[in-house]
Every structure is written in structure tokens, then in C-alpha cells.
Write a protein that binds this ligand. Sequence first.
Ligand SMILES: [Zn+2]
Ligand SMILES: [Zn+2]
Length: 162
Amino acid sequence: MIIDLKPLICGEKRELNIDESFDISGLTADIVSGTAQLRGKCIDRVGFVDMSLDVELDLIVSCSRCATDHKFKESYKMEYPLVTALDNEDTDEFVLLTDGKLDLLETATEFILINLPSIYLCDEDCKGVCPGCGVNLNKGECKCEGKEVDPRLAKLLDYLKK
Ligand SMILES: [Zn+2]
Ligand SMILES: [Zn+2]
């Protein structure tokens, strides 16, 4: 997804609308399927191009505790100044254009990866899965009460009870 910004850089246009979406299924191990929608503008500010996009994620993700697939929706504001050359200043906040072109997919993917939550929960109170019997504790009772639990799992079980 390459966006040609030369018309802005050479002064032909002042603004460029962006309305793109792309599939981010499998972007991380937790993302089962879904899309990222990018909508907004690039505006010529003379010397740089101001990109301001709304990033909307509409995903099916796997719960980090019980592995149940559920919907996850989130929106972010992605704002970067785009430049055709960098001087020696702090360059982290700028996105460098190659030949006046922006690789929107790459830039947005990096942005999304930074902003995604580290865990997804089907519910804040998700009880997870019993490491002993594998029962989804949101749906059923643990069946290993009173039975021998593998000592390696017992530690994890203790931890999960906290
Ligand atoms: Zn869950
Ligand atoms: Zn159990």
C-alpha cells in the first residue's frame, strides 16, 4: 500500500485524503482475524507533510486466559510528520519518505504493533482455564478437586488462584 505524496511535496495539491483498509489477521498470535481501517488526511505544511489518520481495528482475538475468540474493537489516532530528508535532530518522530512515497502498510503496521494491548480478555473477570483438567472455568467447574495435580502444574495453579 504505497501512497504517492509527490503532488503535495511539489505543491500541486494541499491535501490528500486517505481511506484504506487492510487485513491484519495473524499480525500477532492473538489476532485470529480482522481489519484495520485508516481514514484521514495528509496536509502539506511546507517543508513536511502532516499525516493524521484514524486507525480503527475491528478484530476477533483470542482471550489470553481462556483462549475463547471474541470481538475486539479499538481506535487510535496516528499522527506523524512525513519528511523527504532527515537532518541530525531526533529522528524518531518523523517518518522518512522514499522518493516522495509512503509505505502506508509498513508505517501503520508498526504503529498498530506498538499500540496493541499486551493481553486480551474475553471479560475482565475471565477465570481462565484450569491447568489441571483443562476446563474453561467460565463455563464449568474444575474437576480436579481432590485429585493429584502434576507438581509442575500445581505451581501454575497456585499462581492463577492469586
Ligand atoms: Zn477468557
Ligand atoms: Zn481442574
